[in-house]
Design a protein around this ligand. Sequence first.
Ligand code: ATP
Ligand code: MG
Ligand code: FE
Length: 345
Amino acid sequence: VTILAIESSCDETSAAICTDGKILSNYIANQSVHEKYGGVVPELASRAHMQNIVPVVKAAIDTAGCSLDQVDAIAFTQSPGLIGSLLVGSQFAKSLSLALNKPLIAVHHMQAHVIANLIEEKKPSFPFICLTVSGGHTQIVVCESPTQLRVIGETIDDAAGEAFDKSAKLLGLPYPGGPLIDKHAKEGNPDRFQFPEPKIPGLNFSFSGLKTSILYFLQNAGTSLVYKEEFKASEQERYDFIQNNLNDICASIQQRIITILLNKVKKAAEETGITDLCLAGGVSANSGLRKAFEEMGRKKGWNTFIPAFQYCTDNAAMIAITAYYKYQERQFADLSTEASARAEW
Ligand code: ATP
Ligand code: MG
Ligand code: FE
């Protein structure tokens, strides 16, 4: 079975070919137009998808060394995401499905992030727990089978990726700041500054308090985590403080985000008794999180799995592998299937 998959939920235009569960190609076009705006501009993202989609699909097919008539099904990201972006990929997939007379498979983007863990040879066994940490979501998911997933915990405010990006913004770093925090954290002391861990019941997460404490911390040039008029630093003092301590600040912020995430994963594993644990989503590209996650597994005797870098951030390979399992269960979509910005599982 050969599947052509298209991902266009946010600001990456991607196409992949998967044959019998093996990824033959995974082509990703990033959009640089958003950098100067400090975040993804939906209208610009849709336009860039329009420009990219044909060459990206062609590149995926060429790289895989196959042709369109060898494709057995067309898969696309149906939801969630930016509606204008989703529409480009979904309309393109529907047109191809109609023209080639091949079935259509609609894929849930967050399910695909989880199922990216089934791309490589070394696979988790079912049921497994997945911590999905991306730009828009932070979820703990129990995965019973490739098509049966259940969210048992999620963020009540910001996503982990937003926590990275917003922290980076406060530090004057460009968007997306997550990778830059990662880079500076490698050179810094994570125990230098103590940011608070929120007390949220159950398996849910919260990151907005962290963001506020970082804001006050910087406004006070590192003297306090709470707002106090007498600590308030001048613009110059704040700037100098950041420049002189950037690595330690990044390392300390990153360490706190990691402990917030991993403490809940530990809790989920202990409560469910599940011992195969996966990581997914763009933030799983974070080197500190990857290390700490594996370290936790070694200490607890749990098996840990992390997708290769190119399958962590948005990519069509994860859509293709998810579609491969949906194909086996004959979970096809018809041409009236609509893209949607938000969606339940
Ligand atoms: P969603 O999947 O929730 O719809 P998204 O697809 O936009 O959101 P991804 O592309 O999976 O999200 O992930 C992007 C996020 O990952 C950004 O917030 C980015 O800063 C973060 N990120 C990427 N690399 C790293 C890194 N090395 N360290 C920390 N964060 C990172
Ligand atoms: Mg992205
Ligand atoms: Fe994503």
